[in-house]
Design a protein around this ligand. Structure first.
Ligand SMILES: O=C(O)C(=O)C[C@]1(C(=O)O)C=C[C@@H](O)C=C1
Length: 253
């Protein structure tokens, strides 16, 4: 605060800024209501994770000043949650892991209904059966237990991975999650495909060499074959595509 400023003066400025932001939020909600009422929006789920990622990337690119980037994303996540609720609502199935439930609340907003499930399989069934619009599952990782390896049993005919969370994190996040839904995600302009391969036994290095540009997330060698999960810009012919989602931002906080 400059010496010439008074506390009352700065607070008056904050009040005026709050009024301005509130007016813009109300106008934004009116625009969402018009979008919801028009026939222009494609049918299916109201959630458009690609569009949300594109908006966040645009704002992050122009962002400057003292508001942390993580705070900017959190504020807009709540705006998107309110916007989705305005268009009919949304619920998320979460497995019995408090850290995943926290990630779900951070991403989908504190007002979004979380539906706790007894297991990963139950969370997937909740989406398949229409009990929840989406499910949050632990992002596949090396060394996971067999019952955690949902991606090996994933029904790619019916379900889609539509997001990789968190969207923004400085460096490698301690916990990542996949969001699964019935409808595929829309394009964000910079997306990745998650695909599963079953091949005759092959080392991780050989797999990586055969798929240049892809990230080998997991390569399990079991009884004469390799079951692998990869992430890349496109999937090779013959791969089982589990989904497509916005490439998360791993920049500065
Ligand atoms: O663009 C849309 O389709 C919207 O519904 C609007 C909006 C938004 O608030 O910007 C809300 C929810 C979607 O997930 C994406 C974007």
């Amino acid at each position: 605060m400059a010496d010439t400023e008074t506390l009352a003066g700065v607070r008056a400025e904050l009040d005026a800024l709050d009024d301005g932001m509130h007016a813009l939020l109300m106008r934004r909600a009116d625009a969402v209501a018009r979008l919801a009422a028009s026939a222009a929006k494609p049918s299916g789920t109201v959630l458009r994770p690609g569009r949300e990622a594109a908006i966040l990337r645009r704002l992050l690119r122009r962002h400057e000043g003292s508001l942390p980037r993580a705070a900017l994303v959190r504020i807009w996540r709540e705006i998107f949650a309110a916007s989705v609720a305005q268009q009919g609502g949304f619920s998320v199935a979460v497995p019995p892991d408090p850290a995943l439930a926290r990630l779900a609340a951070e991403h989908f907003g504190t007002g979004t209904a979380l539906r706790p499930q007894p297991s990963l399989a139950a969370a997937l069934s909740a989406v398949a059966g229409g009990g929840a619009a989406a499910a949050l599952l632990p992002w596949p990782r090396d060394g996971e237990a067999e019952e955690e390896a949902w991606w090996t049993r994933f029904d790619a005919q019916q379900l889609q991975v539509i997001a990789r969370l968190p969207f923004l994190h400085p460096g490698e996040p301690p916990l990542e999650a996949a969001v699964v839904a019935l409808n595929p995600a829309d394009s964000s302009g910079e997306d990745r495909v998650l695909f599963r391969l079953e091949a005759p036994e092959e080392s991780r290095a050989a797999l990586a060499a055969r798929h240049p540009g892809a990230r080998v997330l997991i390569a399990r060698r079991e009884a004469g074959r390799t079951r692998a999960l990869l992430e890349a810009e496109t999937a090779p012919p013959g791969a089982t595509v589990l989904g497509r989602y916005a490439l998360p931002e791993r920049g500065a906080a």
